[in-house]
Write a protein that binds this ligand. Structure first.
Ligand code: KG4
Ligand code: ZN
Length: 334
């Protein structure tokens, strides 16, 4: 069975085909990042227009030699995300599903991230813990079974990726700051600045990152010569502070839930420093930590097609609009 996945929730136009026997057999991702970089962040109106401009070419590239008539069902991201951007993907998916006379399945974008490592590691079985860290979300989810997700903790303010991006901006790095901070931090001293680790010892699993970002702002304002060495030190110290919080909260989660499998997903999961610290936790706590393939850490349609493929053929078909900007994981229809 072939599922076509469509993702347009933010600034990536992506389409992929998941074959139940062979896995991903076609995919294409067009990133609008360069266009938004000029404005220092995603401009929703421009994102919608660009999805319209690129979606046909992205479809053609993803299809390759596959014919549209071989598609058995269509899965698309219906939320959460930018409303205008989501509507482009949904309208496109509705049109295709009517023309091809195949079922249409709305998918929660966050569920796509949660499940993404299962494409590569079929040995992962539920229940597991997912630390979902992206530009828009930071949460610890207990994945009990497909569709049954309990949010154990989340950021009360900035998402982890958002904090990376804001600190990137303070250091004059291009948008999005995350990968650039990781790069320059390699030359920096993580002990140079003792930034706060907000809520690290709180007795719940929530996080807060805006205080850390503000502490970085005040530090940067006091540095007389913000040269490359100073920037690297700030980046390394910030990255360490964030990682300490993520490690502490994950450790607490394991102790509370006794789960042994942890998935780290979302754009921030690409960070190698964070991965190295989780490797230490893995060895210390005898847990297994999984990541999506690097190309599936950020937004992509493979994860959407994959979640769609988990539906039994014909189990779900909805041609009516399901788009929603806000759609918490614990409010999925079962
Ligand atoms: O999952 P994603 O592509 O989009 C959503 O937010 O849904 O995540 C993008 C976020 C951005 O904030 C970006 O700076 C961050 O992930 N990111 C990173 C790294 N690569 C991407 N943050 C830290 N280190 C990285 N290597
Ligand atoms: Zn995402």
């Amino acid at each position: 069975m072939k599922t076509l996945g469509i993702e347009t929730s933010c600034d990536e136009t992506a389409i992929a085909i998941y074959d139940s026997d062979k896995g991903i057999v076609g995919e294409s991702v067009y990133s609008q990042m360069k266009m938004h970089a000029e404005y220092g962040g995603v401009v929703p109106e421009l994102a919608s227009r660009d999805h319209c401009l690129k979606i046909i070419d992205v479809l053609k590239e993803a299809m390759g030699k596959h014919s549209l008539s071989s598609i058995d069902q269509i899965a698309y991201t219906s939320g959460p995300g930018l409303l205008g951007a989501l509507l482009i993907g949904e309208s496109f998916a509705q049109g295709l599903s009517c023309a091809l006379e195949v079922p249409l399945i709305p998918i929660n974008h966050l569920e796509g991230h949660l499940m993404s490592p299962m494409m590569e590691f079929p040995e992962i079985s539920m229940p597991f813990i997912c630390l979902l860290v992206s530009g828009g979300h930071s949460m610890i989810v207990d994945v009990k079974s497909k569709g049954e997700y309990e949010i154990l903790g989340q950021s009360l303010d900035d998402a982890v990726g958002e904090a990376f991006d804001k600190v990137g901006k303070l250091l004059g790095l291009p948008y999005p700051g995350g990968p650039h901070i990781e790069k320059i931090a390699l030359q920096g001293n993580p002990e140079a600045y003792d930034f706060p680790r907000p809520m690290i010892y709180s007795d719940n699993l929530d996080m807060s990152l805006s205080g850390l970002k503000t502490a970085v702002l005040y530090t940067v304002q006091k540095i007389e010569d913000l040269n490359d060495v100073a920037k690297a030190d700030v980046a390394a110290s910030f990255q360490k502070a964030v990682t300490d919080v993520l490690i502490a909260k994950t450790k607490k989660t394991i102790e509370l839930t006794k789960r042994t499998d942890v998935i780290i997903a979302g754009g921030v999961a690409a960070n190698k420093y964070i991965r190295s610290k989780f490797k230490q936790l893995e060895d210390k706590m005898q847990i297994k930590v999984y990541y999506p393939d690097l190309k599936y850490c950020g937004d992509n349609a493979a994860m959407i097609a994959f979640v769609g493929s988990m539906m039994k053929p014909g189990q779900y078909d909805n041609k009516i609009s399901k788009v929603r900007a806000r759609w918490p994981l614990n409010e999925l229809e079962k």
